[in-house]
Design a binder for this molecule. Sequence first.
Ligand code: F6P
Length: 406
Amino acid sequence: MSGPVTSALATTRGNIASRLISKHDLSYEGRGNRRGICSSHAHITMSKVRCIGISTGGGDAPGLNAVIRAAVKCAILKYKWKVIGIPDGFDGLIWPEKSRELTLEHVSSILPRGGTILGTTNRGNPFEYRVTENGKEVTRDIADEVIANSRKLGIDAIIAIGGDGSQKIAWELFQRGLKLVGVPKTIDNDLSATEVTFGFDTALATATDAVDKIHTTAEAHHRVMVVEVMGRDAGWIALSAGMAGGAHVVLLPEIPFTIQNICDYIAQRERDGKHFTIVVVAEGIKLPPELKENRRQNSPVGNLIGQAISTQSGKEVRISVLGHIQRGGSPTPFDRILATRFGVAAVELIANGDFGKMVCLRNSHIESVCISEAIGHLKTVEPRGELANAARSIGICFGDLAGYGG
Ligand code: F6P
C-alpha cells in the first residue's frame, strides 16, 4: 500500500484528531457533531460555502445521475458554488487527485442514464479499510485521512448519496467532523425514513415487465414459472411486481411459507382449469429447514424453490433469476423527478447549514431527517398490512396458509 493512506496509518488517531480539529474548527456544528446530533441552523452561512463534493456509494440505482445533475445545476446556477465529483464513494477521498470538478457540461444529457458517472463501490468503508500488511489482510480506520483529504480539495460540505450502509458511514464521518448531508438511494426501498427511494420504481418496472413476459410463455406451456427478484431482506420489489404483474404466488422474506401450501394452491388452480402458475420469489426469503440444508453457498433461492415445487407437484417448472438487470436501464419519470427533488433539497440543506441530515419523502413532500434516525431500521413489508392484505384479497398466495386464496 502506498500514498496518503500509508502516512495516515502511521499516525495515531489522536494525532490526526488534534491536527484536524483546531479551536477554529470547533464552531457550533463542530461541537454538535462530537455529541452526535444534527447541526440544525449551524453557524455556517450560505456565503461561507464555496465548494461542495458529491459521492455515490453502495449498489447503483437508476436515478443516481439525475441526483448528481440536479445538485450540480442547483449549486452552480443558484449558489455559484464549485462542485467536485468524488469517484467511487468515499474511496475517492483516499486518492483525492482522482476527484475532478463537475461543471454544467459534465452533467449535460446524463438525466436518462442508469449507473453513476461518479462510479461507486459497496465495499468502501473508511472506518474498516482493508489493507494488506505483512501478507495479512487487516482493517484500518482511515476516516481522518479521508476528512483531511476533502479539506485539501477545498470541499466545504459533501452530498453523500447512498443506501443504509453508506448513510451509516456518512453519519460516522459527520460525527468525526465532516460536514455532509445524505440522499437516500436503493432499489430495495427499505429505508424507513423515506416513503420511497429513487431506483425502486425503475426496478419495479423492470421486474413487472419480466413477470408480464413470463406470463405468456407460462400459459402457453402449462408450466409453473418461478421468477426471483432482488430486494435484500425486504419484499417490496417482489410483492409490488407480483401484484403489478398478476403473479399467483409471492414469497417474501417477511412471511414464512411451506412448499406444501404452495403445491396445494397450484393443485387447486389445476382443478379450476388454470394449468400455469407464476411464482415471484424475493431473494431474501427465509427457506424452510429442509431446503436450507440443500443450499449451496450463494446459489439463487429461486432454483431451490423451483426444484422443490417441481418434485412435490410433478409440474414442469422453469426458473428465471432477474439479478442485476433490475439495477440497470433508464430511470422512470417518477425516479427522475424524485431524484431531481432530492438533489435540489440536498443543496438547500447545505445552504442552510443543516448538516448531518438526510433528505426524504414524507406525505409526498420533501423533508429531512437526522441521518442517525434514518439508519439501522429497515422498512419491511407488513404481513398483515394494507398492501399484503390487498394481495390476499385477490387470491395471491404467500405460501403461509393452506387453501386457495391463502
Ligand atoms: O441493495 C441493492 C441490491 O441490488 C440488492 O437488491 C441486492 O441483494 C444487492 O444489491 C446486490 O449487490 P451486489 O451488486 O453486490 O451483487
